[in-house]
Structures are given as C-alpha cells and as structure tokens.
Design a protein. Sequence first.
Length: 318
Amino acid sequence: MKPVVHLSAAVALLGRFPALAGIDLDVARGEIVLLRGPNGAGKTTLLRACAGLVPVVRGEAVVLGRDLRRHPRAIRRRVGLLGHVTGLHDDLTVGENVRFWGRAARTEPADVEAALALTGLDGRLRDVPVAELSAGQRRRTSLACLLARRPELWLLDEPHAGLDAGARDQLDALVVQAVGQGATVLMASHELDRAQALAHRVVDLVAGRTITPGATGAGADVGGADADRVDVEPADVGGADVSAAADRAPDLAGAPVPGAEPVPVPPVEPVPPAGRPGTEGAPSPASVATPDVEASPAAPGAEVSPVAAPGVEPSHVA
C-alpha cells in the first residue's frame, strides 16, 4: 500500500532559507505521527508543505497520491490543517463559519451539524459572531471547521493550544475516532506527554531534516535517552588536528606568568592526623553527605505561527 505522505530529499524554501533541507518521511494510512523538535526545526513548514501551501522545490513530495511539486492545489479538499491562525471570519457566526468551510470541501449539511455537535457548538454559541468568542472557543470553532470537511489527512500544529483540559481530552478522542474511520494524522506539539501518548510514532526534526526514523509511541518509552540522542561526528575545525594539538600543548599548571609579581604564600599550620572512626576528631560516617545532582532537560521552544493565505482553507487547509 502506498503511503499517504511520501517525502524523499524534499527541500522547501521560505524566501531563500531552506526550512526543509532534504527531509525524508513516509506516513502510512491510519497512522498518528508526532513531529518533535525545537523551535525552527521545520515542523510547521512540513505541515504546510503537506497541505500544498509551501512549495517543495527539490526532491520528491507525494501526498494522497498527488505530486505536490506539480499539483499542489489538487489535495487541498482532502486535507485539513489546524494551525496557529484560525482562518475564521470574524463577521460571521460560529455556525456560518463551519458551513462555509464545509461547503468549500463539498461536504453534506449533515456533516456540518455533526461537527458542531461533536465540538459542543450546537447550542447558543452557534449563533454568536466569531469576533465575540474567547481564544478557546475560537479554537473549538476551527476544529469544527476541520471536522466538517471530513479530511483524509489531518495536519495538526499545536492542536491543544488554547483548549482547557476537557476540550483537550475531547480533541484526542476525535483524533482516535477519525483514525479508526481511515484518516491519517500528522501533528506537531510541544506538549509531549499528551502527544506522545496519542501518537503511534515519533519523528525528530532538527534544522529541516529528520534525525530519527521514528520511535514507537502510544504507551512506549519514546522519551528515553535513545530517542533524544543525536550522534555527531567530530568536526574538522579549520582543517586542524584538534586532538593532536591538545597532546602537544604544554602543561601550564603552575607555570609563572611573565611580568607578574610573586604572591607571598602564608605559612600553613600543620593539621593533626584524624583519629580512627568513633574517636575524637574523626568525622562519623553519618555526618558525611553526598549531594544529589540532577540534570534538567532543556525545554523546546515555540513554533512560528503560519499566516493563512486567502482563498485556501486556513487552520483546516489554508
């Protein structure tokens, strides 16, 4: 079976900067794949490239069987992107926004009603203008727009942002339900505990490249040392043999500094020898403590928010 997403040595530019620098990735149908990486690693660019919004200028890029380099617009009705930008029309109500995006994907009115019900927007809020909504309510409306489109490929960029605990659990349940119905999910998140528990695989990105083939998620220990480790070869610093230079370096410990005045050293009183344990002057074993040193993992940075393009589906496929 062909993968839903196939990228091989794919390069995508933001201006003249290679945000994707030869990335390789395959995502099978029915998978939930988490993209993990620091700020600027290329996660958002990758999601937008898969939505046909960022052009791939080199390599292979095939999504849902269509070549993104030749037909980037061909897959937009089959893809849903939930990004930082909501893509909602402030002058329309919640219900009108969801109907608008549902019609853009040529789905049935029943799909719109189901999307409003699944996100808890089928009551009073459906008639409220988007301009009057809170950040969390806007996020739920964007999710409803994605659901109304019934996409085959879900592209989720920080999907839990702005949602309360109950809404986050509801989102996770909707993702699992969609996958059970044949959808595929590619997501980026810095909330690793929640996202890794949801994902089948974890793919690490650094500087626009994948650095792991994909660690197993969904209950496995994907946050272990092996998943986070990147093996780096020794760098060639200016062509110099650094290790040999270090071997030839003189031992400067205790060497005099030219032009410096000698510093007088005060006499040191002799220290009487310590007695045996349990005698006077000898520290007892219980009084000697070893401090615990604990390393703290570095926190990943925030992702750069994409800007919705007019005429395309923002936060769903925009």
